[in-house]
Design a protein around this ligand. Structure first.
Ligand code: HAM
Length: 430
């Protein structure tokens, strides 16, 4: 047999890496709780049609698609948003609004693997259904800011844009929806020349080019400039004012690093309003992104429901933390190993380990049948905290030997006192 490797772009997450991921998941759930989000778990495999209909060419072309044994065309989810929109247009359609939904899990895209880009990666995803007000757009940015701040991350910046500004200009100039999708996709990839080439009307091309070319650091100034450039397009002007309001709300709420980019586009086709990404300039990859999508639930046959959401790339956030030398602190339970001195005592030792587990104390039983010395060496190597050595003499006194592995000290202690001795010494560890 050959030796097997993981599929290209997919990783095993071992020990510290899986702990780190779990720490991030825990933190994301805490943020969900803080902001009133309820968690749902949806399938990893969904109908291809559901995932592809409004996701855009970029994601569509990178999905893991296959036919199941019942000849259904299905795919691995490349994101959570369509699954949540499916839920809100079906099972959750009568739930009172606003509806705040959190999902955490793995998603799949056939991206070219490189640092921070994988084919299986993790997202924490927040969707807020039922409000078209700017405060709900602001909530997405604020909860993302809170998440990153709580992790201790520094130097990240939010970039906001507005699909409505670009689409309203293009629509007013009679650019067809399909062409608009293609233009925005090129802009997302920063292929501006190619994007402009797709626009036939010279006038329209000039306006879009003007928006792309705007590079002003001061947000109020750039907003005024955008308004000036789109002033003849009523709806694009409204969209700019909407973006201004969201910017004001988030900055007034303490999120300071927010820039506005009039030429900013995102590959996903379902966006209708504000879009944003958060990134660390030095890293040059997005740690998260989201936006408003007011039409998707209708497309899925639900009642018209405005919606906005964000997804955080947990693998990339982990990478950014590593680059900034930040470790996630999480509460670690004390670990205990239990070693019978001889074969005949394993029944008694097992009984003690079960009662410790009954008290919620993680206890690993010596299943290799090793001598005490060897078993202790192994416990040291695996960084256990305490060893309980079950010997005949102590057992007669309803006691065991209790060894502190770090201090290399041991005492004889009554079995009934073990839980008290062990608990209360919980450790905070990175
Ligand atoms: P997205 O921008 O496609 O948005 O993905 C969100 C985040 O997932 C990115 O910012 C990035 O951190 C991470 N990510 C994307 N591709 C990869 C990859 N190949 N490897 C590692 N990390 C990656 C969405 O998924 C939308 N569903 C967000 C949303 C929710 N919009 C509205 N609601």
């Amino acid at each position: 047999m050959p030796t097997f490797k993981t599929v290209r772009g997919m990783r095993d997450l071992l020990l510290e890496e899986s702990q780190k991921l779990n720490g991030l998941v825990e933190k994301a759930r805490k943020i969900g709780e803080l902001y009133g989000y309820m968690e749902v778990v949806t399938p990893i495999v969904e109908p291809y049609e559901l995932l592809s209909v409004k996701s855009g060419d970029e994601i569509r072309s990178r999905m893991f698609v296959f036919e199941d044994l019942g000849h259904r065309k299905v795919a691995l989810r490349p994101e959570f948003t369509s699954s949540i929109a499916r839920l809100v247009s079906t099972d959750l359609k009568n739930e009172p609004k606003p509806l705040r939904i959190l999902s955490v899990g793995s998603v799949y895209r056939y991206d070219e693997p490189q640092r921070g880009r994988y084919r299986e990666f993790w997202q924490s995803n927040f969707e807020l259904m039922g409000s078209n007000r700017p405060e709900s757009d602001a909530e997405m940015i604020l909860l993302t800011d809170k998440f990153l701040k709580e992790l201790g991350l520094r130097d990240y910046v939010f970039k906001i844009g507005h699909v409505g500004i670009l689409r309203e200009v293009l629509t007013s100039e009679k650019v067809k929806e399909k062409t608009q999708d293609a233009v925005l996709l090129r802009m997302d990839k920063k292929e501006y020349a190619e994007a402009l080439e797709l626009i036939e009307s010279k006038n329209c091309r000039e306006v879009i080019q003007g928006l792309i070319g705007l590079s002003i650091d001061s947000v109020p100034q750039i907003l005024n400039e955008i308004k000036e450039q789109v002033k003849i397009y009523e709806k694009a002007l409204r969209a700019t004012e909407n973006m201004e309001e969201v910017w004001r709300l988030v900055t007034e709420s303490g999120c300071k690093e927010v820039i506005v980019d009039a030429g900013f586009a995102r590959g996903l086709e379902y966006y209708t309003g504000i879009i944003f990404e958060v990134y660390i300039p030095e890293l040059d990859i997005a740690l998260g992104g989201g936006g408003r999508y007011d039409k998707l639930i209708e497309v899925f046959g639900g009642k018209p429901t405005p919606a906005v959401g964000v997804a955080h790339g947990l693998d990339r956030i982990g990478l950014a933390l590593q680059m900034q030398n930040i470790t996630i602190k999480s509460k670690r339970k004390i670990r205990v190993v239990i070693i019978p001195v001889m074969e005949e005592l394993k029944g008694e030792a097992l009984k003690i380990s079960q009662s410790l587990r009954g008290e919620g104390i993680p206890t690993e039983f010596e299943v290799m049948g090793r001598k005490v010395g060897r078993a202790l060496e192994d416990a040291d190597r695996r960084k256990a905290d305490y060893a309980i050595i079950v010997g005949e003499r102590e057992l007669k006194e309803k006691s065991v030997v209790f060894r502190d592995l770090a201090k290399r000290e041991q005492t004889v202690i009554k079995i009934r006192d073990l839980p008290k001795k062990i608990s209360g010494s919980e450790k905070i560890e990175s």
